[in-house]
Ligand binder design. Structure first.
Ligand SMILES: Cc1cc2nc3c(=O)[nH]c(=O)nc-3n(C[C@H](O)[C@H](O)[C@H](O)COP(=O)(O)OP(=O)(O)OC[C@H]3O[C@@H](n4cnc5c(N)ncnc54)[C@H](O)[C@@H]3O)c2cc1C
Length: 457
């Protein structure tokens, strides 16, 4: 990028808020999955106005602009592919308002999800979306990806809490969408269009969020099964009994083994499936819900079932699930992480297909995740070489085919980004992709905002 352009950007944001050295720029060339291209500079704006000026400049000189939260994405969404300017929101990290009368909050995009949750909890309020990355991912990144998490089963995903947005369009205009009320249907729902748009339609500079009262109490239940089918059937049985836990996480045999080897919590060696369930709500209802769940778990042949309301003990029960993501790297250095969703009733079909594929491909394929809403994180762990990468690519295609055959979708919460762009036509028809591309063109006629993401080239 021309030096003159970088000088203009420095004029907008201030010299101390622009990174230009190779070492610093390199730090913004990857996310949690993809190592991509190095940006020409990295800017830390402090306002929507500064973002707008940079986008106007980008349209004049035709350079790419890539919005970035914490870079914890799992599909390369914040990764540059042909240089350009990364806009990082770590300076726009203020919680602007917590309205305890109307249960609404306003934040800047760089606020870390966990910090926001802790802050609203101090007011007796609850913001449920809880991606496993909640301790470091940003609300802006969560909105751009429509993040979900263990709580999604009972409370829904990020989309369900976004009431309105301030967005800088790729052409530089600053617009506000949505409402600061519990309802609002005036015109098209642009808020929903921006949520999950992976930083390709506009840059989010302010977010209005809905809050709910903080549940009074919570119980955590860990159940172990000899056979994976028993665990899967128990998931459906609990939902069929009209109990809606806040969380219902699953780990298969390979995941349990991997986690136990890395961080032993004393789980028996012959366990084929693990469920981690949480119920929350009014204190009186917790014990009866837990008891109902316990009897269903034993009906489906659980060999062990631990229940606690003690936060420290709950932390211990979460250990295997919480430490698993990192533990997978003990198997092999490269992870291909997918997040397919299937109807709950088809969970056994997917899990058996994955077990069979693991044997056939001869590479570790672990599945774990948010079983309650049918969302599985499938981790293919490979060596860093072309042969294994080709094998993994084949496996991914097969997993996506199986998922679609079972009535599912290829991504529940991680998005498409760069990693899954080539698979988009497996799920969407040419007409649908064409309609989406026309929407992109309408917002971003010069294709300067996060180019190369979502759509196959
Ligand atoms: C260990 C681990 C566990 C995870 N678990 C989950 C999980 O349970 N559920 C889940 O949903 N995800 C999960 N993720 C994925 C990731 O954390 C989420 O996608 C998260 O929402 C990304 O937030 P971020 O701030 O890191 O965004 P980034 O990775 O920086 O960016 C993500 C996307 O958002 C865009 N973007 C960022 N900020 C803005 C903005 N202000 N305006 C417009 N676009 C913007 C970027 O361009 C990019 O396309 C996990 C990741 C890891 C590493």
């Amino acid at each position: 990028m021309d030096k003159k352009i970088i000088e203009e950007i420095t004029g907008i944001a201030g010299k101390e808020n622009v990174l230009t050295s190779l070492e610093e720029r390199k730090c913004y060339s990857y996310d949690a999955r993809i190592d991509g291209g190095i940006p020409d500079c990295v800017v830390f704006p402090s306002s929507a106005k500064e973002v707008s000026k940079i986008l106007i400049l980008a349209n004049n000189y035709l350079f790419p602009v890539i919005p970035r939260g914490s870079g914890s994405g799992l599909t390369g969404g914040s990764v540059p592919i042909r240089g350009g300017v990364v806009i990082s929101f770590t300076r726009m990290n203020r919680i602007l308002e917590i309205d305890t009368k109307n249960l609404i909050a306003a934040t800047e995009p760089g606020v870390i999800t966990y910090i926001f949750q802790e802050e609203v909890a101090r007011h007796g309020l609850f913001y449920p979306p809880d991606p496993a990355s909640y301790k470091y991912s940003s609300i802006g990144g969560n909105v751009a990806e429509c993040a979900g998490g263990p709580n999604s089963l009972k409370y829904g995903v990020t989309r369900d809490y976004v009431l309105g947005l301030e967005v800088v369009k790729p052409t530089g205009e600053i617009i506000t969408t949505g409402v600061k009320t519990m309802k609002g249907v005036v015109g098209y729902d642009l808020t929903r269009l921006f949520v999950g748009s992976e930083g390709t339609l506009g840059i989010i500079t302010k977010i209005i969020l809905k809050l709910i009262p903080l549940p009074e109490a919570k119980a955590t239940i860990l159940a172990l099964f000899k056979e994976v089918d028993e665990a899967c059937e128990a998931v459906s049985a609990i939902i069929a009994a009209r109990i809606v836990p806040s969380t219902m996480e699953f780990m298969d045999r390979a995941s349990i083994k991997c986690s136990e080897q890395a961080n032993p919590m004393g789980l028996p060696h012959d366990i084929g499936g693990l469920l981690l369930i949480e119920v929350n709500g009014e204190r009186e209802s917790i014990a009866s819900q837990s008891e109902k769940i316990r009897s269903i778990l034993f009906e489906y042949k659980a060999v062990q079932c631990d229940i606690t309301q003690d936060p420290k003990e709950a932390d211990r029960l979460w250990q295997a699930r919480r430490t698993l993501s990192q533990a997978t790297y003990n198997l092999n250095p490269v992870k291909i992480a997918e997040d397919v969703v299937i109807p709950r009733s088809n969970i056994p079909g997917l899990i058996h297909a994955l077990e069979e594929m693991e044997k056939r491909y001869g590479i570790p394929i672990l599945s774990f995740g948010h079983a309650g809403d049918g969302n599985f994180h499938v981790s293919i762990m490979i060596q860093d070489n072309d042969i294994q990468r080709a094998k993994a690519e084949e496996a991914v295609k097969e997993i996506f085919s199986k998922t679609l055959e079972l009535g599912g979708t290829i991504s529940g919460e991680h998005g498409i980004g760069l990693a899954k762009a080539s698979y988009l036509p497996m799920e969407l028809s040419p007409e649908v992709i064409d309609t989406m591309k026309k929407i992109k063109k309408l917002f971003d006629p010069n294709n300067i905002l996060n180019p190369g993401k979502i759509f196959p080239v």
